[in-house]
Design a protein around this ligand. Structure first.
Ligand code: PMP
Length: 284
């Protein structure tokens, strides 16, 4: 892999940030993960736009323009030569003696790096995966892609302990589904594709948006709306989406199989269309 830090291109071993970086001490920062196929970033514009929104939400001024970040991305991909890559972008408030107040004029620290992509095993997409459901105990601004991921980390590891691929957060009172610990959730309910509507409870996933656009193009009935836990248990099909995982069929929710416990045809159709969309985007 290769790292961009403070205007320099460095190996991982050389790229160092301060122990007083506010990202390290407070989680005071934001990030993005972008999948690159054959050396070309997918949906980079949408990711950079979301990064700008996250920055605004935490009152941080990005030190680089979108064009400059696109340029750095190209450099990282070209210099590293990695074809199937994951680009990680992190912007923290900056470095200063520890205090909740941030000092006037503090300079954000931008780290961008590429590594070999770590996609899920293809066998999992054929078999489908299990998810568990957990009460959503995160903060009330989950639309911001902030570095504060402790509840997500704990939920994901609870999933693994339960032999599951992902943990799906739901609201304790209303029992409405929000999203996965690092994914968005879709369900096919009464032949309509349903995914929780945008708001403060979920991240506006880039993959979510691509999948919704594809589904609408294909003439599938689509609703961005409330999705209850019961909907999820009784759905015809369930899948999760994210940049890294793309589209993953879910065949078990907690201890209940989804329909017949096999990945469904709508999920497969959407995945194939997603792959075509990727191919189209990287064709030159
Ligand atoms: N929700 C959360 C909490 C996430 O961390 C992610 C992964 N970044 C997603 C949803 C999916 O978003 P995207 O499709 O943009 O990767």
């Amino acid at each position: 892999g290769l790292v961009f830090l403070d205007g320099e291109y460095l190996d991982f071993a050389q790229a160092k940030v301060s122990v007083e970086d506010r990202g390290y001490q407070f989680g005071d920062g934001i990030y993005e993960v972008v999948r690159c196929y054959r050396g070309i970033p997918f949906q980079l514009g949408a990711h950079l736009e979301r990064l700008e929104k996250s920055a605004r939400a935490i009152e941080l001024d990005l030190p680089y323009s979108r064009e400059e970040m696109e340029e750095i991305t190209s450099e990282l991909l070209a210099r590293s030569g990695i074809q199937e890559a994951q680009l990680y972008i992190q912007v923290t408030r900056g470095t200063a003696p520890r205090s909740h107040f941030w000092p006037e004029g503090i300079k954000p620290v931008v780290v961008m790096y590429v590594r070999e992509a770590a996609p899920p095993e293809e066998g999992l997409r054929r078999s489908g995966v299990k998810v568990i459901t957990v009460v959503d105990d995160r903060w009330k601004r989950c639309n911001v892609k902030s570095l504060n991921l402790l509840p997500n980390v704990l939920a994901k590891n609870r999933a693994r302990q339960a032999g599951a691929f992902e943990a799906v957060f739901y609201e304790e009172e209303s029992r409405l589904v929000n999203e996965g610990s690092s994914s968005n959730v879709f369900a096919l309910v009464a032949d309509t594709l349903v995914t929780p509507d945008l708001g403060h409870n979920i991240l506006p996933g880039i993959t979510r948006k691509v999948v919704l656009d594809i589904a609408r193009q294909k003439g599938l009935p689509v609703k961005e709306d409330r999705l209850s836990l019961d909907d999820l248990y009784r759905a015809q099909e369930v899948f999760i989406t994210s940049t890294v995982v793309e589209i993953m069929p879910v065949v078990m929710v907690d201890e209940l199989p989804v329909a017949d416990g096999k990945p469904g045809p709508v999920t497969r159709m959407l995945y194939e269309a997603y792959r075509e969309e990727v191919e189209e985007a990287i064709k030159k």
